[in-house]
Ligand binder design. Structure first.
Ligand code: ADP
Ligand code: ZN
Ligand code: ZN
Length: 822
């Protein structure tokens, strides 16, 4: 019996994966005291549910106004998060004005945040060996084979006890069960058969003459063996179908060679992109003089500051510089995080890294199974590796992070729009870097004004590579004036004479063409010629897009869809006009204009899944597609050597987008898409159609004059008090009743104006004033970059948010704060 309880832990402070304004404290029963450490999950009650929460503080004594509830069980033996992660989460919540529970919700893989409502289902693909299971685990497993799915609450009833997490963890570990939501998005990998030499010959290739002797009695076997040696010169494993193709052989011949113990076969999971299984043996390419100089400059800057911006034109070989830095980091035994704006679109970069680093490359993506995700989570704590991922890979528990690369740092996809936390992974990675003591490299051909300004202020180092690798010239950009084309009547189905000629020439020479049209679907709206009716979404303030293939009108925001009307729903008139054009229509037009060419399309509709995306890329790579039309998906990460012409059908859409970053986005998109042309050997050609040929952004784009562009942009932004000179926060209020949202927004603005004065703009109806049945109002706050002002303003905005909710009838008003909106 202990008489002095001063060293005992009586309470724990925990994090729950919910948008709660504060952290909760629970009482710890004596018998659990010795098992609890920072970062483990425990099971706790809240209202009438059970949750798994993370322990973030052990407390021996505390005065509380309320009676804390009691911890039910401890789930983990070892912590699932590190102290650094907790610090990162707190920073993120503070900076982006959200709760730490919301951060935890996106940060933890779902397998690590079970609640009593989480549903489990059995893994039907496995015929498992149940002998590894404990009695209780077996009971659950058995119940699941009968009942298909069980919630954790139901499992508690079956076992007649509250503490069921150890059993669930066991079942998940052995892959007997999945969390339901994971299975829905489970990614089915493609498998192929590969052929390799048996160990005896692999170990010593000079023994191959013995194999030739063994095969000598059959001409066909000899032929296949020779084919194998040709294909297997650079790689260890050869795809079976390639072997058949080259040797003209078939299964019975291969079987004979397997029987003679010369070759063996193996089923391997393959990316649809890749034919070869790499062991990471490809040697580092020697850097060019320019690349080498840049590499040294980067390292020089890192002596003084942690962040460097690498501004390198498209095709300058930034990736090669990254590879060199990754290699050096790994050699020091440190980890690398390689951030990409969208993981689905970057298979090519993954491929390039895997070629060099093999198994050390791990891709973190949303289609991983829960099991894989948890496994990676655990291995990152100790392992030495390269993680490639989109923004959520910032949340992995890195044990020894040496380098963070933010590729295409200008890309708006780094910003999470919804739900909260609305964080920007580029900016968050800079905080991460300082927290973990790692270096950060931002890379882009078109740096954001934010990052560029930081180099001018001396916060980041700047390194520039203004020439393409191999001295290939940047493509020549030509502007076509759509007004003149229309007058001269030389425009044919949206394509100018010049554009048609260039495409023709290119096709004649066996070269490929990219056409950029930043709108998907067939036509963005449908209008009745008689009464003026326009198809609109009931739930959103947006017109419905015609999709020909699906035979539907669709809302691109909420996903609402309805069959294409044959006649006007308002007046019955049967002539409906298509207004505008999207990628689907352009695909049709291209087939008409260039009947000999094979046309493909890359957009959200054709590349919904990773594999459909990869299939299109592979077809393009293998020249099965001559002309590829696409949305901004085609502007990212494509590195092909055979694209000669890039066409932009209408730049006006980009230039007049109602957003303060419209010019910057236009310059970036046009420069990036142009950069796909002529990347190797021959100079490419870009044609931009516009009715504003003298628009300064276009002039800068043609001249590749980033400096002129960014200088003018900076002046404009500063003049109108926009970022990066001022810090902006958007407050969006939503409610299904337009009157309620209007009044709540007026009140909100009125309250904050008292403190913030002219820094507050609005409330106003945003450009799209209704989404998913909710009416919107927006208030904009522009703050000078003064830490004190910003800190106080955030506090006021949050306080006002909760005070608005206390008004009668306004509880249902949703208020979102968006710091640094994009
Ligand atoms: P960026 O990322 O700057 O657009 P990449 O890294 O994709 O440029 O390089 C453009 C092309 O040049 C790629 O096809 C790449 O393989 C090639 N390349 C770049 N650096 C080298 C090098 N040092 N040796 C060989 N090829 C290189
Ligand atoms: Zn009508
Ligand atoms: Zn809608």
């Amino acid at each position: 019996m202990e008489l002095t309880p001063s060293n005992t832990i009586s309470f724990v402070r925990v994090l729950l994966p919910l948008a709660l304004p504060r952290e909760y404290i629970y009482k710890l029963p004596k018998e659990l005291e010795s098992d609890v450490v920072f970062g483990v999950r425990i099971e706790v009650p809240l209202k009438n549910k059970l949750y798994s929460a993370i322990v973030v503080e052990l407390i021996d004594q505390i005065e509380l106004e309320y009676k804390p509830r009691t911890v039910i069980s401890i789930i983990d033996e070892k912590p699932v998060i590190t102290a650094q992660q907790y610090t990162f989460w707190k920073w993120l919540a503070g900076y982006y004005c959200c709760t730490i529970g919301e951060v935890m919700n996106v940060a933890l893989p779902s397998g690590l945040k079970l609640s009593s409502e989480t549903k489990l289902i059995s893994n039907s693909e496995n015929q498992p060996d149940t002998s590894v299971l404990t009695d209780n685990e077996y009971l659950i497993y058995e119940a699941l084979t009968i009942q298909k799915e069980l919630s954790i609450g139901e499992i508690q009833k079956i076992l007649n006890k509250k503490t069921v997490y150890p059993e669930i963890r066991g079942l998940m570990y052995h892959e007997f069960v999945y969390i339901k939501e994971d299975l829905v998005e489970k990614y089915k990998p493609k498998k192929d058969t590969y052929v390799q030499l048996v160990e005896y010959y692999k170990a010593d290739r000079s023994r191959l003459s013995e194999a030739m002797d063994l095969a000598a009695n059959s001409e066909k076997q000899t032929k296949m063996l020779i084919a194998f040696m040709q294909l297997g010169r650079a790689v260890e494993k050869v795809a079976r179908k390639d072997l058949y193709d080259l040797s003209g052989g078939n299964k019975s011949i291969l079987d004979a060679l397997v029987k003679k113990k010369i070759l063996e076969t193996e089923e391997l999971e393959v990316s649809r992109l890749q034919v070869v299984v790499h062991k990471g043996e490809k040697l580092l390419q020697p850097l060019s003089i320019l690349q080498n100089a840049s590499l040294n400059e980067i390292k020089g800057h890192w002596q003084q500051r942690d962040v460097v911006l690498l501004h390198g034109v498209t095709g300058s070989g930034k990736t090669q510089v990254y590879i060199e830095l990754i290699n050096e980091t790994l050699k020091r035994g440190e980890q690398v995080l390689y951030l990409l704006p969208e993981i689905a679109l970057t298979a090519q970069i993954v491929q390039r890294l895997v070629e060099v680093f093999g198994q050390k490359v791990q891709v973190y993506h949303s289609r991983m199974t829960n099991h894989e995700r948890v496994e990676l989570w655990n291995s990152v704590q100790t392992g030495q590796s390269i993680i490639i991922g989109a923004r959520s890979s910032l949340f992995l528990p890195y044990g020894n992070l040496g380098l963070i690369i933010v590729d295409e740092e200008h890309d708006p996809s780094y910003k999470q729009q919804d739900p909260s936390p609305r964080y920007n992974a580029r900016d968050a990675s800079i905080y991460m870097g300082s927290l973990y003591g790692s270096k950060v490299l931002l890379g882009s051909a078109t740096p954001s004004l934010e990052s560029y300004l930081n180099t001018k202020l001396g916060k980041y180092g700047l390194v520039e590579m203004m020439e393409r690798f191999g001295e290939v010239a940047l493509p020549e950009i030509e502007i076509v004036d759509l007004k003149k084309e229309r007058q001269a009547k030389t425009l044919e189905s949206y394509f100018s004479k010049k554009m048609r000629e260039e495409i023709d020439l290119s096709l004649l020479r066996g070269k490929q063409v990219l056409i950029f049209q930043n709108r998907r679907g067939y036509s963005p709206s449908l209008q009745c010629l008689l009464c003026g009716w326009i198809g609109e979404c009931d739930q959103c303030d947006l017109s419905l897009t015609k999709h020909k293939f699906f035979g539907e009108l669709r809302c691109h925001y909420c996903g609402y869809r309805t069959p294409l009307p044959k006649a006007c729903p308002a007046c019955g008139h049967d002539e409906l006009k298509e207004v505008g054009y999207g990628t689907e229509k352009i695909e049709d037009v291209l087939k008409d204009l260039f009947p000999m060419a094979k046309v493909g399309r890359l957009d959200y509709d054709t590349a919904r899944t990773r594999s459909s995306y990869e299939n299109i890329i592979v077809e393009f790579q293998n020249k099965k597609i001559d002309i590829l039309v696409g949305t901004q998906m085609i502007t990212k990460g494509l590195d092909f050597d055979n694209i000669h012409v890039v066409g932009v059908l209408n730049a006006d859409l980009l230039l007049y987008f109602p957003d303060f970053r419209a010019s910057e986005r236009a310059f970036q998109l046009l420069t990036q898409v142009a950069g796909r042309a002529g990347r190797r050997q021959e100079r490419g050609k870009v044609i931009i159609q516009t009715s504003q040929p003298d628009h300064p952004v276009l002039v800068d784009t043609i001249e590749y004059n980033f400096y002129k562009f960014i200088a003018r942009e900076a002046v404009e932004r500063e003049k109108f008090r926009y970022p990066p000179f001022y810090r902006m926060i958007h407050i969006t209020l939503k409610h299904k009743d337009p009157k309620v949202v209007h009044e709540a927004a007026m009140k909100y603005a009125e309250k904050i104006i008292v403190y913030l004065g002219s820094r507050v703009l609005g409330p106003a109806e945003p450009g799209i004033s209704k989404l998913r049945g909710q009416y919107l109002r927006q208030i904009i706050v522009k703050l000078e970059k003064d830490h004190n002002v910003i800190r106080k303003a955030k506090k006021i905005l949050l306080q006002t948010k909760s005070s608005i909710k206390e008004y009668k009838g306004w509880q249902g008003v949703r208020i979102n704060l968006d710091v640094d909106p994009y």
